[in-house]
Design a protein around this ligand. Structure first.
Ligand SMILES: [Zn+2]
Length: 496
């Protein structure tokens, strides 16, 4: 079965569509949630073990040079082991920006592997818990995403001092949050097309090419200047040119940004991923530059020289979070303010795209799904989530809450059973409630599902009592799935 996700609206899925990793510089989607969906498959798995320093047999290349290059890898996907091994065999190090809500999930690096990377001399940096597009969530959720991620790394013995923005998306408030959570730097990325066309201008007086070169003491360390992420259409030659530019400028810093790695045997490789062969060529070339005294390879943390022991403010840690009662984006409105764990859904909050805040439509497999919100002229003047499957192969479609650290999540504890009630109607389809749970690190995993229930065209109420939630649960997310060609509408999802 194949898997894919959509934010909202219509999506057509065919066999061969595979869930893609979160990518930076690409518009936001719900990859993070797709990756933890119960039947999501990851394209990023590899069986290749991470080399140790001893196995690599090469000491780290250390030198001084006017031009500094940092190799950075985003999202903490499992296939980055391939990159780490290529670098280790050449005495090179890198910075790995990790989304800790996915650490250890299928297709993502494990905690042991993060330590293995650190043992190789590389740096582990932060990339939020759930890879959300930070300027689009509330300020408090953005702070939780940044602070909890850093706290997770600290708790795992990997104190982080460097951060990279998911989707390279930030604003003043998000930048402040990165600093307040104890990071010394936040990496920006170049513009939309081609190397050398950076979003942030380093100054009017230098050439366009030089705008990709950051100072060793960045003017704004919370948005450090970097060329665009790697793209196979421009290839490693573009990055070689960027490094040459840094060498030409004299004293400067160039950060090169990678995502997934395609195995040597792969017959196709997405544009945003790099092949082992390409990375080897770039690494060999960088070693030549190091040996020639033109370039030095450093981690981002070594360049910025921040304080890994900087504390994380506890106000923005997610553990036991009951959500933010002041959130503008609340998906669940408390039925009784004295009982924040007992809520009823409210779909009347819509974002600029007309999508209900805190909800996403997902479709899996070979089908076409339409996700819409009905007008207020529906049942009792209330809006409802509408899901329509207009073609059907294997797979299913579902509405899911955005799985975050606060606003869109319902506080819950392990050992409890919760009763889910929803009002629905439909034609030609069966609906099913599905539940996900969040642990104390912020990681979401599939938990359980109720039975598929046939729906008639009249509104009817459905109840599902979950099994006891697993120990360590901090939050619950409940969605509604649809099987068979047809439609359903859901309103008033209540959890008590
Ligand atoms: Zn990312």
């Amino acid at each position: 079965m194949t898997a894919a996700a959509t934010l909202f609206g219509s999506v057509a899925l065919g066999v061969g569509v595979v869930a893609m990793p979160p990518t930076d510089g690409v518009s936001a989607s719900s990859d993070a949630v797709a990756a933890i969906a119960e039947d999501g498959l990851s394209p990023h798995a590899t069986d290749v073990p991470l080399l140790t320093l001893q196995e690599a047999g090469v000491q780290r290349l250390t030198n001084d040079a006017p031009a500094i290059v940092s190799l950075t890898f985003d999202d903490g996907t499992q296939d980055q082991v391939l990159a780490a091994n290529i670098l280790a065999k050449r005495g090179l190090v890198a910075t790995y920006y990790v989304t800790t809500g996915q650490t250890g999930a299928p297709g993502f690096l494990t905690r042991d592997q993060l330590h293995g990377l650190a043992d190789l001399g590389s740096e582990i940096g932060g990339h939020t818990v759930h890879h959300l597009n930070l300027p689009t969530v509330t300020q408090n959720e953005a702070r939780r995403q940044i602070c909890q991620d850093r706290e997770n790394l600290r708790q795992w013995g990997l104190p982080a001092q460097s951060f990279a923005y998911p989707y390279a998306a930030h604003n003043d408030e998000v930048q402040r949050a990165v600093r307040d959570c104890g990071y010394a730097s936040g990496r920006g990325l170049g513009g939309a097309v081609g190397s050398g066309e950076s979003m942030r201008l380093a100054g009017e007086t230098i050439s366009p090419e030089a705008k990709i070169v950051e100072s060793l003491r960045p003017e704004n360390p919370m948005v450090t200047l970097a060329p665009n992420m790697f793209d196979r259409r421009s290839g490693i030659e573009a990055y070689q040119k960027d490094v040459e530019t840094a060498v030409g400028v004299g004293a400067g810093w160039t950060q090169l940004t990678f995502h997934g790695i395609c195995e040597r045997e792969a017959t196709t490789c997405p544009e945003i991923m790099v092949t082992e062969q390409e990375l080897e060529r770039l690494a060999d070339w960088l070693v030549e530059q190091v040996v020639a005294g033109r370039v030095a390879i450093r981690t981002v943390g070594e360049v910025i020289n921040g304080d890994p022991t900087a504390p994380v403010p506890s106000a923005y840690l997610s553990t036991g979070s009951a959500g933010d009662p002041n959130a503008q984006h609340a998906a669940f409105t408390p039925r009784r303010s004295s009982d924040p764990g007992h809520r009823v859904s409210d779909f009347t909050h819509q974002n600029a795209q007309g999508a209900p805040i805190c909800w996403n439509g997902f479709a899996y497999g070979d089908n076409t799904a339409n996700f819409t919100i009905t007008s207020k002229t529906g049942h009792e003047g209330q809006e409802a989530l509408r899901l329509e499957l207009t073609a059907k192969g294997p797979g299913e479609a579902k509405w899911l809450p955005i799985m975050d650290l606060g606003e869109c999540s319902l506080a819950a504890e392990g050992g409890q059973s919760r009763e889910i009630t929803y009002t629905a109607r439909g034609g030609g389809a069966q609906s099913q409630p599905v539940a996900f749970v969040r642990d104390e690190t912020g990681r979401w995993t599939y938990f359980s599902a109720g039975r598929f229930t046939p729906l008639g065209e009249e509104w009817s109420e459905h109840t599902w009592k979950t099994p006891d939630l697993p120990a360590g649960t901090t939050a619950l997310a409940v969605g509604i799935a649809l099987q068979q060609t047809g439609w359903n509408e859901v309103r008033q999802i209540t959890v008590q």
